[in-house]
Design a protein around this ligand. Structure first.
Ligand code: SF4
Length: 208
């Protein structure tokens, strides 16, 4: 029997490289499985040696935010630079806006080929309704400014919630005006059918 090697041939990896995040998105597993149960969020900052080992095999890294935000890894700029110098694709998912402006500029310059995906769920001034603690305006301005340094267009990732479902067209227009890619996503992290953040039937794709 011929073995299917597709899984073993994959060279893209989706990882959390740390355990920190400054946001408190209510449906994130940080809150649901740990913080609200009085438990410490598990994990640690991946070491550079571990990162070198991983990238000796995987050539495209999705720095994802399942349980943390990659910008809070203390060596994230060094990691970005390493990816750039070693031709490893870097895809960065960022929603936490705590890092200062100068840190972002340094990060963009460290790897101009990185693809940045900014999680801003709604118009910048309302995104914090789900992304608790986020300064949506600051992150939006950084996303637009990143175009000066990045060779790939940044992505505005917009999760649809009941508080932002009527602003999708306005957001699309802003994205067009400011020259960033707009990506709408449907969340699957609902607490129940009656989760107060759920979009109305018209905008809830799981109901289609
Ligand atoms: S930004 Fe990501 S890791 Fe942080 S709380 Fe929100 S969903 Fe969780």
């Amino acid at each position: 029997m011929k073995r299917n090697l597709t899984f073993f041939k994959r060279r893209r990896l989706n990882i959390d490289i740390g355990h920190r995040c400054a946001l408190e998105c209510p449906n994130c597993q940080r809150q649901r499985q740990f913080v609200r149960q009085g438990k410490k969020v598990p994990g640690y900052d991946m070491t550079m040696d571990e990162f070198y080992k991983i990238t000796s095999f995987f050539k495209s890294i999705n720095f994802s935010g399942q349980l943390s935000d990659p910008v809070h890894h203390p060596k994230f700029i060094e990691i970005l630079e390493y990816c750039y110098k070693n031709k490893i694709e870097a895809i960065v998912h960022n929603a936490s806006s705590l890092k200062p402006h100068h840190w972002y500029i340094k990060a963009f310059k460290a790897n101009p080929l990185a693809k940045w995906v900014f999680g801003i769920d709604g118009l910048p001034e309302q995104s914090h309704i789900y992304r608790i603690n986020q300064d949506g305006k600051k992150l939006y301005d950084l996303m637009v400014e990143s175009k000066k340094y990045l060779k790939r267009l940044p992505v505005w990732q917009y999760l649809v919630f009941n508080y932002n479902e009527h602003n999708i067209e306005e957001a699309q227009e802003m994205a067009r005006r400011d020259g960033v890619t707009f990506m709408i996503l449907q969340s699957s992290r609902w607490n129940s059918e009656n989760d107060p953040l759920r979009p109305s039937k018209k905008y809830d794709m799981s109901k289609k």
